[in-house]
Every structure is written in C-alpha cells, then in structure tokens.
Design a protein around this ligand. Sequence first.
Ligand SMILES: Nc1nc2c(ncn2[C@@H]2O[C@H](COP(=O)(O)OP(=O)(O)OP(=O)(O)O)[C@@H](O)[C@H]2O)c(=O)[nH]1
Ligand SMILES: [Mg+2]
Length: 494
Amino acid sequence: MSAPGSSPLLASVRRLLEQAVQACADHPEPQARLRAVLDRLDEPLRVAIAGKVKAGKSTLLNALVGEELAPTDAGECTRIVTWYKDGITYRATLEPHEGEPRQVPFSRDGGAINVDLGSMRAEDVRRLVIEWPSSSLRQMTLIDTPGIASISTDVSARTTAFLTPGEDQVTPADAVLYLMRHLHSSDINFLEAFHDEEFSQATPVNAIAVLSRADEVGVGRIDSMASAQRIAARYRSDPKVRRLAQTVVPVAGLLAQSGATLREAEFKALYTIANAPRDDAEALFLSADRFVQAETPIPLTNMEREHLLDRFGLFGVRLAVALIRQGAATTATALSSELVRRSGLNELKDVLLSQFAARRDVLKARSALLALEAVLQEHRIPGRDVLATELERITSGAHEFAEIRLLNALRAGGIKVKPAEAAEMERLLGAEGGAIHTRLGLSPEADVSEVRRALTNAIGRWQRRAESPMSSREVADAARVVIRTCEGLLVSLG
Ligand SMILES: Nc1nc2c(ncn2[C@@H]2O[C@H](COP(=O)(O)OP(=O)(O)OP(=O)(O)O)[C@@H](O)[C@H]2O)c(=O)[nH]1
Ligand SMILES: [Mg+2]
C-alpha cells in the first residue's frame, strides 16, 4: 500500500490542481481558493462531529483527544463551529464573517478551553481554530459543530452551512461522525439527525454513525452498554442507515472522556463509595437527585457528589464503584483504562482508523475534486474545459472512486445480487476494514499462501459472475470492479 499522501490518485489530483492554479494567474480569487485546496491535501484528515443539540458531540471530541478541550453544556462557544488541530503551540484564532482572522485570548482552569470572544457575538464568528499540540490530533483534525435542529435556528443554519457547500466554501470536512441518541427503544426517528438532503456530501464511505450517550440506553443500569450494542447492531442492518453511514458504533462519551482524564481525587471519592456499606451506596444510586441531595453516612459532601455526577453520570459512578468493589480496578490508572474500555471508545477509534485513516488519500482526493469542480462552475478561468475534462477523466477512471461508487450503490440496494453476494462484495471492497484478511474473511493467522488462494478463488468466482449470461450489465460491471480490487490485493502480496 502507498504511504499516505503518495498514492497515484492523489498525485494526479495534485497535478491537476497545480495546473488549475497556474491557469488562474490573473484571477486572484479562484486562485486563492485552489491554493487552499492544494494545501489541504497535505493536512491531516478533517473529521466533523455532527448531530442534534446535546447529542454529546463535544464530550466525544474530548474523549477522542484524551483531554478536556471542548466546552460542554452551556456557553457561547458551544454555538460556534470550532476546529481542533495539532499545532506547535497553544493558540486560538477567531475568524469573523466580516474582517480578518485574529488571535484571541483563552483560559483553561482545570476544565475546557474558554475562549474570550471580546465584543463578538457567536453569530458573527465563522469559526474558531484551536491549535493544540496533541498526538491524537496529528492524525485527524476534529471539528466540533453546534447542534442541528436546535431551538435557535441560527445555530442550526451555521452547522448546515458548514457541512454543505456554500457560495465561497466547499464542504470543509473530509469525513463526518454523526451522533444520535437513542432515547426510547421505539424511537425510530433518530435518523432525523441525518437531514438527508442537507448532507448530500455524506455517503457510507465518509460517514460513521455513533449511538451516543449509550450509557443512557438502559436508564443507567449497569448492563446499558450491552443493550446499546444490540440496538446499534439493529441499526447497522437497517437499509436507511446503511445508505448513509458505514456502520453504527455505540459509545458512552462521558464515560470515555472522564475515564481518560480521571483524577486521583476522583478515584479516592469513588473508592470511598465502594468501601461504604452497600445499602448506603444503593440509597444514593436511586436517582441523580438523591445522589447529590440525600443525607448519607458516606463521608462525601454534596459538592463532591455533584462533581462525580457531572463527570461520570450515574451510570459511570455505579460502574466505577462496581469495578472497584470487584477488585477489577484497584488504582486510578486501572480504573481509567477500564472505564475507557467499557465506553466503546476503543472500538470507535478502530473504526476511525480502518475506515477513515486508511482511506485518507481517497477521501482527500474526493474532497479536492469536489472543491475544484465548484471553482470551475463558479469561475470562468482560462482553460476551464480542459481542466473539467481531466477532472472527469480522473473521477470516472480512478479505481478507488469506482470502489466507492459500487459500495454506495450496494448500500442503496441498487445492484441486484443475492444478499450473500452483496455482503461479500462489500467486504472485499473494505467495508469492514481495509486489512486484506478482513476483506477475505480470513482469520488474522492465515498465511500468505492461504491469502493468495482465497484471492485467486474470489477472482475466479467473480469472473464467472461477470461473464455469465445471467448477469445483468450492472452486475457484470460491479463484478469487474471487485475483480480489479482483488487483483490489486494480489499484486500487493508481492
Ligand atoms: N450520561 C451521559 N451523558 C452525556 C454523555 N455525553 C454527554 N453527556 C452529557 O450531555 C450533555 C451535553 O453534552 P455535550 O457534549 O455538550 O453535547 P453537545 O452535542 O456538544 O451539545 P451542543 O454542542 O450544545 O449541541 C452534558 O451534560 C454531558 O455531560 C454520555 O455519554 N453519557
Ligand atoms: Mg457541543
């Protein structure tokens, strides 16, 4: 496999963009836009976190970074699109709708970053860019967006404007994480969050759905995560979801965030509850109100209990106490990793890695071509027709895009094959992960000769399918794409 940033597809996109920049020598506006598109090719993948108000977006962002950066709950800044990118220094830049970007002061007292907007109102700010040295952000720039369908339609509009190409901007994110809560098991409307027509740029290839605040599924019961897993599995096989997102992963973001940033004093407080008589602890666990307000012989003040509830939620506190009691977490470090492990965060990170990071080049190429297409449509730059023809040639000729189109078509139910065949095609195309063993459905221990045999068999099978008089034209075309994918994998074995 090519190193990131060096695939032949990305190289040809880069060449085309350079050509376009040159053609714009006398057109400063489109030229600046195209230069930005070029620069973006070398940046980390940009992943936007979107979803309804209070879906847990900022909390999940913090969990992914492993630090509490994004403000949650209240505050002006939750209403502004905010980029978190790796940097060499700590810096906050405010970009207003009108006027030049400028650095702004920020504070951070123990919790999230608090940016001083000065006299600016949230609605006057196009975006905030937080540069923060962090190894997690080196791989992906994370973009926190204000909740959609919020009471304030302005806020909604800002997120929508951000995720959909506008006059002077092309979808700034390469990939999207959609968060949705599952409030009741009968809540079939969770898909609202997708706003199908508004997010027309999202496809199963660059979108992952997250069943967020997963601990709330079982109303704080200790087996909540198991229920969340079952619900996510059901959504995963729902055709409506499959058309929009690669997969559905349940995550308890609060647990992940607080687990990752667990402090010694918090461990001590949780330890105190774990060592108290069970009846006293159970009396507190009856409700969030009781946990904070009730009279109790457990030596923790109301404020200390309120802090625990804020940080972990009732489910998190119960889980932590159970883990300490069982001896599964005897130190703060052990509890930290156990909470993160049970939050589902690691599974989400795996999916991000296999679905987004491994596809970085093709996602980058896709965003760049979309951006170039927009520029060509809006500006009469010299040589526009030649550039457009080349763009079309790359778009329709690159096997990587053919794979994406086929995956999308399969997900949309547009290729009439048997369900087992569709599943195999998706797997071979990397829908479950790009690793060769995963694609072939082999165990990770399978050796090279076994992999080669499986590939040769697959090629033979799909060749017969392509040539069969029973196969429609579209099925034959789809089979050829899969064959080419397998041939590429065979070559990569050396
Ligand atoms: N129980 C539980 N609460 C959560 C979880 N994630 C977030 N919350 C809580 O939900 C509230 C909203 O969380 P945020 O992370 O601010 O949600 P958001 O989607 O960024 O909200 P907006 O930006 O205002 O739309 C906060 O009180 C969080 O503590 C979770 O996984 N479990
Ligand atoms: Mg938020």
